[in-house]
Design a protein around this ligand. Structure first.
Ligand code: ADP
Ligand code: NA
Length: 327
């Protein structure tokens, strides 16, 4: 029996956070034996907001290196830049002719963005969900790991696929959401009821995967807690709960084990040990990252080989689609 296909990607806009790592990347590493995985650096999505080209190119290369440094094997998974596989853009155009304006108008992410008047409200921002549908449908993807904010976009991809299949006969695989067994959500260190995000204006709110140990220590020390100095895992103690989550994910232990371990201890000690555990988790990744990035020929080789393989794979579906629409 053929392995199911999983597609996922991240935008190369700034260095990813430990939220992206514990919530997505670290879980991806566990998938490649069971599935055929594609992990894309979705740089085409990034230009829906204005980017400095030098920074974008640097972030894209760093993100791809981080994928590998975190344990995604580029021989077992397809790891590539979206912009290197032109089939994404080609399919996106065709799919845009099978998507209704009304559907795009209903996308809550676009509605939220369009309410921020300072934003450059370009057509790419509006048709972004179509490009995402193309990303997924191009590879007969069965499963897509999605967070809550992308659920509606995946639903649209399913609708477009079904619509096309209804008109032309079986062409696309209709993708399903992949719900990870342990869906870790890391909160902001400064406003622990919000999610940690690399686009947060306050750099103390997030820890980037490439932060130096001293910076990690400093940010955790500054993390917002509460005034009752009791280590417990409850809704009201979002800051403490978040620190315990980071500790558990870094150590691969359960919440109960952590609570037992910290019984009777104070916040100062908790923070110190969370920082130690996180630094120990990230150090080998940061070391590998530096090695990978400094070996230009190795990284360029991987980028080229994977883009060619992804393109070959995409071409199979795209050829069928083109024939059906009458090219
Ligand atoms: P960001 O808000 O940092 O820009 P994205 O929206 O680009 O993150 O998300 C990339 C991936 O990381 C998605 O799979 C998303 O679910 C996951 N992710 C992002 N932030 C967090 C977080 N704070 N905790 C857990 N997972 C997260
Ligand atoms: Na695989």
């Amino acid at each position: 029996q053929q392995k199911k296909v999983i597609f996922s990607g991240m935008q190369p806009t700034g260095v990813i956070t430990i939220g992206n790592y514990f919530g997505a990347l670290k879980n991806w590493v566990k998938l490649h034996n069971e599935y055929n995985c594609l992990f894309c650096v979705v740089d085409m999505h990034s230009i829906t907001t204005r980017q400095d080209p030098v920074k974008l190119r640097k972030s894209a290369r760093e993100l791809l290196a981080l994928y590998i440094a975190a344990g995604l094997d580029p021989d077992e998974n397809l790891i590539y830049y979206q912009s290197h596989v032109p089939e994404h853009a080609e399919l996106s155009w065709i799919l845009s002719c099978f998507t209704y304006m009304g559907e795009l108008n209903r996308m809550t992410q676009f509605k939220e963005k369009s309410q921020k008047s300072e934003l450059n409200l370009n057509a790419g921002l509006y048709t972004y969900p179509i490009l995402m549908a193309a990303d997924i449908l191009l590879f007969k993807t069965d499963l897509v790991p999605v967070g809550n904010d992308q659920k509606q976009h995946l639903e649209l991809a399913r609708d477009i696929a079904s619509r096309f299949n209804g008109i032309y006969g079986d062409t696309f695989t209709v993708p399903e959401p992949y719900i990870a067994k342990m869906g870790a959500r890391i909160a902001s260190l400064q406003e622990p009821t919000k999610k940690m995000s690399k686009s947060d204006e306050n750099p103390n709110a997030y820890i980037s995967l490439l932060d130096e140990p001293s910076v990690i220590r400093k940010k955790i020390k500054k993390a917002v807690t509460d005034s009752d100095a009791l280590i417990a895992y409850t809704e009201e103690k979002a800051g403490i709960r978040n620190l315990i989550d980071i500790y558990c994910l870094s150590k691969d232990i359960t919440t109960d084990e952590a609570l037992e371990h910290f019984q009777g201890k104070g916040y100062g000690e908790l923070k110190e040990q969370v920082a130690d555990a996180l630094i120990a988790e990230l150090e080998p990744i940061q070391k590998r990252f530096k090695e990978i990035l400094s070996d230009k020929a190795y990284l360029d080789g991987i980028i080229l080989k994977n883009a060619e393989s992804a393109s070959r794979l995409a071409e199979r579906v795209l050829r069928k689609v083109k024939k059906k629409v009458g090219y």
